[in-house]
Design a protein around this ligand. Structure first.
Ligand code: GSH
Length: 214
């Protein structure tokens, strides 16, 4: 199994976290998305959306989309409930993470860290307002629960944790979100937990590299 992976991406980190917790062996193939690595014909053949991560199975098939990869890897393990409603709840949070968590705090963190936005830019203000709404929703939801689905850690937690645990790097004060902070600690106590998100390279700055963002 191979993981095509950009080390600063939390979408890729989510998959590395689950693989570590599953104890699965894999080959990590670095993809520098700001050096044009995703713009080649070879990359498009693996993933026409040209995003990372992509998982290559042992029989040579390619699976893009971080949360699809989490779902694939978690089947038959305690990270994905068997109960149909709980399983659907996991999908609910995988979808919410993509539609609401990533564009707000994930997108803001990336753009601020690499100098593509300043905090007073209207796009940054809009993303931050959205991030605060998302964090309020998550904090309220966690007021009566230890984990997002059922009473245990699942890939719903892996997915939501990916970008929320670095929301402070998007200039967000996590002080008001005590339930989210307590949940961070529960996630970080799970067996096999790793945190290996690397800083963005200098080529992630606007005009410094070649990527889908330039
Ligand atoms: N929905 C996708 C989003 C993936 C995504 O946007 N990946 C970014 C890094 S976080 C990327 O690889 N961008 C490619 C590029 O800029 O060339 C997923 O969850 O896998």
């Amino acid at each position: 199994m191979r993981l095509y992976d950009y080390s600063a991406s939390c979408n890729c980190y989510k998959v590395r976290l689950l693989l570590a917790q599953l104890g699965r062996a894999y080959e990590r193939v670095p993809v520098d998305i700001f050096a044009g690595d995703t713009l080649t014909d070879e990359y498009a053949a693996m993933n026409p959306a040209r995003t990372t991560p992509v998982l290559e199975t042992d029989d040579g098939r390619f699976l893009p989309e971080s949360n699809a990869i989490l779902f694939y890897l978690a089947q038959g393990t305690p990270f994905l409930p068997e109960d149909p409603l709980e399983r659907a709840e996991v999908v609910r949070w995988l979808v919410y993470e993509q539609t609401d968590v990533i564009p707000t705090m994930g997108g803001l963190r990336f753009r601020l860290l690499v100098g593509r936005l300043t905090t007073d830019d209207p796009d940054a203000v809009r993303r931050k307002e959205g991030a605060l709404e998302v964090l309020r929703l998550l904090d309220d939801y966690l007021a009566t629960r230890d984990f997002f689905v059922g009473d245990r850690y699942t890939i719903a937690d892996v997915a939501i944790y990916g970008y929320t645990h670095l929301a402070h790097e998007a200039g967000i004060d996590m002080g008001p979100y005590a339930n989210v902070r307590a949940w961070f600690e529960r996630v970080e106590r799970q067996p096999g937990y790793v945190e290996d998100v690397e800083p963005y390279g200098a080529n992630a700055a606007p005009g410094a590299g070649r990527s889908l963002y330039d």
